[in-house]
Ligand binder design. Structure first.
Ligand code: HEC
Length: 156
């Protein structure tokens, strides 16, 4: 009888542990709290927030540059700017920071990066400015979507 109890205890502990691991690494709940403006607030350190906001300002610069290069039909420049804003830029993101970001937000962020890569690919292969412009229009929907759902906590 005693052995059975111990077995059950081990089973319960293992279940709890796997639940914890699944939540932490697969669902990746992130460090989130409710916000007074209806969005979700992602909580991080001051330096991490500065890092993200700087990435954001660079996003805006990239969008402007890519848009202008498309208008000027300068496809090599589109390739260059879009590639720099694509997944290549993600190499610098600290993994500790990634753990604090909820999965849906990470997905939107990575999807935005790959959309820049797709624009670079279009500019390189078909060189069609209208196709690249359409892709940029779709990419901008990601900026809007993420800003509608998430905000960053003010540093304390
Ligand atoms: C995965 C989510 C996400 C995506 C995608 C995203 N942003 Fe952001 N962005 C944020 C969050 C969160 C903030 C902080 C908003 C707040 O705290 O109110 C922010 C803030 C900003 C800011 C303000 C920066 C500052 O210094 O205060 C700019 C500019 C910006 N984003 C531009 C963009 C552009 C342009 C795109 C698309 C190319 C984009 N963002 C895509 C999440 C995102």
């Amino acid at each position: 009888m005693k052995n059975v109890k111990i077995l059950w205890l081990i089973i319960v502990l293992l279940l709890a542990l796997s639940g914890f691991l699944i939540k932490k690494f697969i669902i990746g709940g992130g460090n989130v709290e409710a916000s007074t403006d209806g969005r979700s607030t992602v909580v991080m350190t001051k330096d991490e927030r500065d890092f993200i906001l700087k990435e954001m300002r660079e996003f805006l610069i990239s969008v402007q540059g890519v848009s202008q290069a498309i208008t000027e039909n300068d496809m090599p420049k589109v390739v260059d700017l879009a590639h720099k804003a694509g997944m290549a830029a993600e190499a610098n993101t600290p993994s500790v920071l990634l753990q604090k970001i909820p999965l849906a937000m990470k997905k939107l962020g990575f999807d935005t990066r790959s959309k820049f890569d797709e624009i670079a690919e279009t500019a390189k292969t078909s060189k069609d400015p209208v196709a690249a412009r359409k892709q940029l229009d779709t990419l901008l929907q990601n900026c809007i979507a993420c800003h509608a759902i998430y905000r960053l906590a003010e540093p304390k």
